[in-house]
Design a protein. Sequence first.
Lengths: 139, 106
Amino acid sequence: MSGHYTNLIIGLGIVSCAFCTYLANRAKLIDEEGLPLFFFPRLLNYLFWLFKEIIISNFNTAKVIISGNVEPEIFTVKASQHTDVARVTYANSITLTPGTVTTKIKNNILEVHALNSDFGDDVRSNEMDKKVKLLEGER
Amino acid sequence: MDLFTDLLTGLFFFLGSLSIIIGACGLIKLPDVFSRIHAAGMIDTGGTAFFVLGMIMQSGWSLITVKLLLIGIFIFFTSPVTSHVTANLAREKGMVPEGKKIGKLL
């Protein structure tokens, strides 16, 4: 990454990567959650959609803050994904879009705080839930 | 072409600073912790995304672009975690947010 490609530096890089992998393996840190490979084919599509959502809700949050039209609400939604990774992705996506934050998770119930009933309706419409379920694919 | 990229950079920087300023106003203005997290989230996503985009426009295609993209990706993955931890801790300590409560809470 530094723009230097001498044998010594690349060799040291390979050695330290191998050493880290050895240590992680010894500590039994490697499981199927480390690198969720089954996500990758559909990941790009989802990321583009997520960026679009983030920009739209950023704009809406700015509008709400300026106009002072704040009616916070808190509610629970059900996550329909089967794996833990997909649920975390869903909760993270909710938190990443401004205006909604996941406050608690218990099994497959998420507790969500929204700045306004419009943001709440967005989450309750379960559109993102379906997208993440698609991302997870057939299990 | 140089002028075009400069203009685009200016636009992205303008949008980024705008979201950071509005987010900062929100941090002061909004009523409780949970609502303020939304304003902080706006700074995290809108501000950094637009600034990184603007800087990528300036750097052109080089190694710096890759580094900037990596910074963007790391912030993209870590910022929701910090927001969630703040909100979760406030909930665990028994704080109940203002406003409507719909259904049974956890």
